[in-house]
Design a protein around this ligand. Structure first.
Ligand code: ZN
Length: 240
């Protein structure tokens, strides 16, 4: 069974469609979403409806939660805040309710999916070093967990200690645990502008991070036309 995992789509329809087209050529049996369907970019409705219509298991991201809620956004940075305010206005009450009902953590087959970290998922902790990963692993009871949130693909392996692996293609060792950040479809931040997602081949016990080119300038034009902060358009071409 081959599973595509994608997340941090952030309302970037051009990137989402490119990833789905790429996955369509990879003999995929199932698609799973690691959250943050909306926020930042200009197509929240189309991205939400596409994920919903595929019926794929999905976990909630912090932007999904903020877009669904009515709380003040003042503690966020001004650019994220402006985009979320705009996103709230685009979504119907029913779409916001759908977002609010997404689960924080899911176990699918033999692995776990969470947006941020299994260490207090509702606090949206970032995993950016091996100490964050160690806190996460305390709560991971499957061999593999997929997540996102930092928009940077990254793999941690736990055997007797936790180490970060530098690779795009991984063969899973049966006695190890893995925390695999699949990167971001709609707003990568690792300096590579291409959309990022992962394919997990369960029979072969292999995970590959894939990068997919998409029409960045079209996504940028939509951001400008929607009167969203220009910085959101600029960052897409740098992958920052
Ligand atoms: Zn995100």
């Amino acid at each position: 069974m081959r599973i595509a995992l994608l997340g941090d789509i952030h309302a970037n329809l051009e990137a989402l469609e490119a990833v789905l087209a790429d996955a369509g050529q990879q003999a995929i049996d199932q698609i799973i979403c690691t959250g943050d369907i909306v926020g930042y970019n200009a197509d929240p409705v189309a991205c939400l409806e596409k994920i919903r219509e595929m019926g794929c298991p999905t976990v909630k991201g912090n932007h999904d939660e903020e877009a669904a809620g009515n709380q003040s956004l003042e503690r966020m940075n001004p650019i994220a805040m402006a985009a979320l305010q705009w996103t709230r206005e685009q979504l119907s009450d029913e779409q916001r309710q759908w977002l609010s009902r997404l689960r924080m953590v899911r176990q699918v087959h033999d692995f776990t999916v969470v947006h941020s970290s299994l260490d207090q998922p509702e606090r949206w902790n970032y995993v950016t070093n091996r100490f964050d990963a160690m806190a996460h692993f305390t709560h991971q009871f499957t061999s593999v967990c997929f997540h996102g949130h930092t928009h940077t693909p990254r793999i941690y392996q736990k055997l007797d200690k936790v180490i970060e692996l530098q690779c795009q293609h991984l063969v899973l060792e049966p006695q190890a645990k893995y925390l695999i950040n699949i990167g971001s479809v709609g707003q990568p931040r690792d300096g590579d502008w291409r959309a990022s997602y992962a394919i997990y081949d369960r029979e072969k016990a292999e995970v590959a991070i894939r990068r997919v080119e998409y029409d960045v300038s079209k996504a940028q034009r939509k951001i400008i036309a929607a009167d969203l902060p220009e910085a959101l358009a600029t960052r897409l071409e740098y992958g920052r």
